[in-house]
Design a protein around this ligand. Sequence first.
Ligand SMILES: *[C@@H]1O[C@H](CO)[C@@H](O)[C@H](O)[C@H]1NC(C)=O
Ligand SMILES: *[C@@H]1O[C@H](CO)[C@@H](O)[C@H](O)[C@H]1NC(C)=O
Ligand SMILES: *[C@@H]1O[C@H](CO)[C@@H](O)[C@H](O)[C@H]1NC(C)=O
Ligand SMILES: *[C@@H]1O[C@H](CO)[C@@H](O)[C@H](O)[C@H]1NC(C)=O
Ligand SMILES: *[C@@H]1O[C@H](CO)[C@@H](O)[C@H](O)[C@H]1NC(C)=O
Ligand SMILES: *[C@@H]1O[C@H](CO)[C@@H](O)[C@H](O)[C@H]1NC(C)=O
Ligand SMILES: *[C@@H]1O[C@H](CO)[C@@H](O)[C@H](O)[C@H]1NC(C)=O
Ligand SMILES: *[C@@H]1O[C@H](CO)[C@@H](O)[C@H](O)[C@H]1NC(C)=O
Length: 448
Amino acid sequence: MASSLSTLVLSAVLVSAQSSVFDFPEYPPPGAFDPNETLASAVGTLPYGIGVADQSLASTPVHYDTGFFGPQIELVHAYYNYWPTGVGVGSDGMVFTCYPRGNETYTLGLITGPTTEEAWPDEEWNTPPAFENVTNPGYSIASEKLIFVQSVVVDGLDRVWALDTGRPRVNGTYLYAQAPGGPKLVGFYMNGTSFAMYYFPSTVVYADSSINDVRFDLRGGGYAYITDSSPYHPALVVVDLATGESWRHLEGHAAVSPDPAFVPVYNGVPFYYHTLLAPNAIQFMTAFAADGIALSADGEYVYVTPLTSRHLYRVPTSYLKQQPSSSNPYAAILAKEAVQTVAESGGHADGLETDASGYIYIGSQEHNAIHRYNATIGIVEPFIRNPAIQWADTFSVVTLAEGNYLYFTVNQLWLAPDYQNGTDLRTKPYAMYRVPLETGRANQTEAA
Ligand SMILES: *[C@@H]1O[C@H](CO)[C@@H](O)[C@H](O)[C@H]1NC(C)=O
Ligand SMILES: *[C@@H]1O[C@H](CO)[C@@H](O)[C@H](O)[C@H]1NC(C)=O
Ligand SMILES: *[C@@H]1O[C@H](CO)[C@@H](O)[C@H](O)[C@H]1NC(C)=O
Ligand SMILES: *[C@@H]1O[C@H](CO)[C@@H](O)[C@H](O)[C@H]1NC(C)=O
Ligand SMILES: *[C@@H]1O[C@H](CO)[C@@H](O)[C@H](O)[C@H]1NC(C)=O
Ligand SMILES: *[C@@H]1O[C@H](CO)[C@@H](O)[C@H](O)[C@H]1NC(C)=O
Ligand SMILES: *[C@@H]1O[C@H](CO)[C@@H](O)[C@H](O)[C@H]1NC(C)=O
Ligand SMILES: *[C@@H]1O[C@H](CO)[C@@H](O)[C@H](O)[C@H]1NC(C)=O
């Protein structure tokens, strides 16, 4: 009797403990995004040319997906020549862009008109003496000239940085391996004068590394944070801009690695992989690792997401600034342990970007959308959606005289021959759009 009484008492305690466990906090949190503001839903009379089996149904109102939400996007530029990836916008309105290099005559460009672009800073900077090192077949060369600029970023001081992978493509097929002196980070003033050039030792950027995108923190001596999207060595690369030293972090961590079970869906069509074999197999999208990267406006976190994953991660910059070495032996493991999974973002991204208020913008290729992460409440909210957003590749936030904008390239990446068994399903022009923001570019510098 006594024992069953105490069991009863115990279960009563459990029940009351449980009821507090299941006492949900207010959801959504106060002040959170109101779905009614941008929900892509409408009611209309058979809006998409739907047939009717009986005429009495002809004027039936049906609920449908409009394909749109958020503020209106504006077409800024139509690319009729080369296929773009990156965009960086200066506060004077100069728009820089870059192109993966196959047989393109330049890899870093300036937008000069609605449909025109030119080599920037000039042709010479864009013309290395060769792409292949004939005495080291399969490898590219060391050169201060721009080989394959994968990302162009305008920093908080309005300086233009080109991230060169050093790995040009051979005749539109495979990528050359890089040799030290090929991959580099080059800083230019707006007038095209170069003021900095950082190279990487072969222990930091490997021959088959693929340095993909970069963000800057200009506090103190300054740091650059770079994604290595190589499927063989996914990691982050950190550059100390004051000393020029660089090191790797998060080697092979899930935050930078492809999700092996990932199967995306574009425009409603599941993207199953063709059983690609050489010569059609050039790149496998499932192999793409860490790609998008952003620094929080306060400089406290680096946000990162693998291209083939629907998870957003962040890691405190205080850990990334620690250079792993024999005198700092736990730096690498501590940085891995400090990674936080902040969101299942409901889509997958190529680019990430920050604005001064702290939002992290996240491409959402499967939804023809761009979402944004609000770190204060820990929620990814819808931002813009439009059927014309056909792979929002890379972002740049800028404060212009006429207002604050998020610029983004739209490049139809998944329709490229690399992912379509050698057939090019892209349609020119490729596009650059912009959308107004409440706040502008994060300055990446200390408090005034
Ligand atoms: C995030 O949400 C909070 C709470 O609603 C709000 O005050 C803030 O303006 C939002 N935006 C950012 C960037 O934190
Ligand atoms: C959303 O809109 C619907 C229809 O206008 C309205 O009934 C509902 O109360 C709104 N919900 C919120 C959370 O405002
Ligand atoms: C070409 O490769 C050889 C052999 O590895 C090396 O000594 C030379 O520096 C390389 N040249 C360039 C321009 O990278
Ligand atoms: C590239 O193509 C040209 C013309 O077809 C050929 O002569 C050359 O050998 C090729 N280069 C490589 C590295 O395959
Ligand atoms: C450049 O390479 C592409 C394939 O990658 C090919 O279609 C195009 O004809 C080439 N252009 C020139 C000028 O060689
Ligand atoms: C380019 O800009 C930098 C920084 O503003 C300045 O120091 C330099 O003199 C300029 N160079 C030329 C050629 O105008
Ligand atoms: C891929 O292309 C190759 C060569 O053009 C062709 O033989 C093969 O059938 C294609 N595979 C698919 C799945 O379309
Ligand atoms: C940079 O931005 C931060 C946060 O928005 C602000 O506190 C600081 O004063 C700004 N610094 C400068 C130099 O404008």
